[in-house]
Structures are given as structure tokens and as C-alpha cells.
Design a protein around this ligand. Structure first.
Ligand SMILES: Cc1ncc(C[n+]2csc(CCOP(=O)(O)OP(=O)(O)O)c2C)c(N)n1
Ligand SMILES: [Mg+2]
Length: 327
């Protein structure tokens, strides 16, 4: 089944690559968490641990020229779009070599070169911007897609519905991907949402929609690929809900006491990495010692990136007025 979908590499290479990407995101975020607790940087910091399959699976469907825009929980999406771990660490540490020149921090990763259009701290604000990007794609008649990640909490913000209406009316090639990790800052989405399924709102905007298991990277890839192919070919918007879960608190300062151990352990039993490890072992694609080797190699790579980023220079004082207004 996979073979028909991955045209450029073998199933083995392709699925190992997906696993390694998720492992890199997990280990990166664990290291960021540690750096924060050691007070290597300050400000807000929201981690993506538990949600790796969404980013890796969608990333495998994208071209380098497609656009991605996300909320403040976006370190891994930035990595997925090709920004290096060193640039992300440098941004966290406020260094000039950070992807936003050290002036954005955790919530504002950005790279025009990588077509990663942020990192946005205002809940839902990326949705109208994504719609504008998709408008530009249509205007220029490009064969590109804008991916817009938003949270379940953002699904109750007003501005996104104006954007949904315009995207549908003007047939803009944007995929709104709800990462439904079940919680806003600490509120179960059922308590603040008038419908039980977000996608039940899609027909009101004439948006095609789909719900996908966001804990399984192969499912994400296999179900998202036909959607993006259709969006690219026909230039139309789509609403996709990924059912996922964040393992840690909303931000690093949230102990997440509002949910039960049983709930967390339920999701951990469907951990994206374990599911993929089982798949690779079942297929005979990887041995136990190879998993250990990948873990060691990726840890070493991330640690080295952190060390280099820490040693990098701070922004020049004279640059304080730069990047405030467009030249
Ligand atoms: C307009 C606005 N209102 C409130 C906040 C405070 N706030 C920050 S994150 C958040 C919860 C958003 O939850 P969700 O969209 O589910 O994203 P998640 O954090 O789960 O990824 C809130 C209310 C904000 N940043 N912007
Ligand atoms: Mg949420």
C-alpha cells in the first residue's frame, strides 16, 4: 500500500526516515525543555512532544516551495521545513544567527528562505495570514499549497471564520490543519466548544473536510497525500482535523494537573514513535541495536547544535531598529 504512495524511495528508506524525523523532533524538544529549566533562555516556551506524527507525516507530502505557517507551538514545524536545529536553538537563545535574528524567540520562528512564515503568538492570527499567502499563490498561478496549523482553542476565535469564508469563496489553495491536542491552555475543548466535532462547521463554509488519526505517522501521510494532491491540482481549500495529544503542559511552566494519569497513559500507549518502531520491527526494516544507534546519533547532533548556538554572538546593538518596519 505504501509503495504506491512513495514514488521516490523504497518503503524501508521512507519509513525509517519518518521515524528518524519524529525522533529528532522528540529529542530536540526534550533538550529545549532541559535548556529552559537550566534558565538558558526565558519567555514562553510551548513544546510539541506527543504531536510529532502530524508534522512528520504532513512534511513528507510537501515540496520545498510549499508554505507552512503555524502557532507559537512550532519548533518542530520549523525543523521540518528545513530550518536547522542550530538556528532554532540560536533563536531561543536570542542569538544573531537565530532564524529570526534572535529577536523572535520560541514563539516566533520564521524563515522566508524556507517558506516557514512563523511562529505566531496571537491565537488564530496565522489563519488570515495563511489565507493571504494562498491568495498570492492563486494570483501568481503557482502550483503551491499553504499549510496552516492551528489549535483546537483557535477554532473558537472569530477571525478564522472570516478567513474560511474568503478561502472558500475565492478557491484558495490552503489546508487548515487543526492539531486537536484536546486542550487549549488548560481547558478541555469540549467545555468551550458548541459542537462535538470541529469539522461539522466545514459545510457552513462549503469546505471539504477530513478527520485523521494524528498519532500514527503512516496514517497521516497516507490520508493527507491525496488531499494535498487535490488542493494543488484544483486550487481549493480544505479543513483537516488531526486527533492528537500533547504529553506535557501547555507551556513549560504548566504542570498540567487538570487531566488524569489514566488519560495521559492512554495516549502514551499510542505513542507516535512506539507505533512506528513496532511497524519497522514488524516489517524487518530495523533491528533493536539500530534504534539505539539512531538515538545516540541524533542526540549527539542536537547537543552539538545547542553548543554551537550557545557560543554564537548576540545581535549587534545597532540592529535594534531593524526588522521593525518593512524597508
Ligand atoms: C487572541 C489570544 N487569546 C488568548 C491568548 C492566550 N492563549 C495562548 S495559548 C492559548 C490556548 C490555545 O490553545 P490551542 O489553540 O488549542 O493551541 P495549543 O496550545 O493546544 O497548541 C491561549 C488562550 C492568546 N495568545 N491570543
Ligand atoms: Mg490545543
Amino acid at each position: 500500500m505504501l509503495r504506491s504512495l512513495c514514488a521516490t524511495s523504497s518503503d524501508k528508506e521512507f519509513t525509517i526516515d519518518l521515524y528518524q524525523k519524529m525522533l529528532r523532533y522528540r529529542l530536540f524538544e526534550e533538550r529545549v525543555n532541559l535548556a529552559y529549566t537550566k534558565q538558558k533562555f526565558s519567555g514562553f516556551c510551548h513544546l510539541h512532544i506527543g504531536q510529532e506524527a502530524v508534522c512528520a507525516g504532513i512534511g513528507a507530502c510537501l515540496t520545498k516551495d510549499d508554505y507552512v505557517i503555524a502557532s507559537y507551538r512550532s519548533h518542530t514545524q520549523a525543523l521540518n521545513k528545513g530550518i536547522s536545529p542550530e538556528q532554532v536553538f540560536a533563536e531561543l537563545f536570542g542569538k544573531a544567527s537565530g532564524c529570526s535574528a534572535g529577536k523572535g524567540g520560541s514563539m516566533h520562528m520564521f524563515s522566508r528562505e524556507h517558506r516557514f512564515m512563523g511562529g505566531h503568538g496571537i491565537v488564530g492570527s496565522q489563519v488570515p495570514i495563511a489565507t493571504g499567502i494562498a491568495f498570492a499563490i492563486r494570483y501568481r498561478q503557482e502550483k503551491l499549497v499553504a499549510i496552516c496549523y492551528l489549535g483546537d482553542g483557535a477554532m473558537n476565535q472569530g477571525q478564522i471564520y472570516e478567513a474560511f469564508n474568503m478561502a472558500s469563496l475565492w478557491k484558495l489553495p490552503v489546508i487548515f490543519v487543526i492539531e486537536n491536542n484536546q486542550y487549549g491552555m488548560g481547558t478541555d475543548y469540549h467545555r468551550v466548544t458548541s459542537v462535538s466535532e470541529f469539522t461539522s462547521r466545514a459545510p457552513g463554509f462549503n469546505l471539504p473536510w477530513r478527520v485523521i488519526d494524528g498519532m500514527n505517522v503512516l496514517t497521516v501521510y497516507q490520508e493527507f497525500l491525496p488531499i494535498i494532491t487535490e488542493v494543488r491540482a484544483k486550487m481549493l481549500p480544505y479543513l483537516v482535523e488531526m486527533k492528537t495529544y500533547r504529553y506535557l503542559g501547555h507551556s513549560v511552566s504548566d504542570p498540567a494537573t487538570y487531566r488524569s494519569k489514566e488519560e495521559l497513559s492512554h495516549y502514551r500507549q499510542n505513542d507516535p514513535l512506539s507505533q512506528m518502531a513496532d511497524y519497522l520491527k514488524g516489517k524487518g526494516f530495523a533491528r533493536e541495536d539500530e534504534f539505539e544507534q539512531w538515538d545516540n546519533d541524533i542526540r549527539a547532533e542536537i547537543n552539538a547544535a545547542e553548543v554551537r548556538a550557545e557560543a554564537a554572538a548576540a545581535p549587534d546593538e545597532a540592529s535594534v531598529d531593524e526588522h521593525v518596519f518593512v524597508d
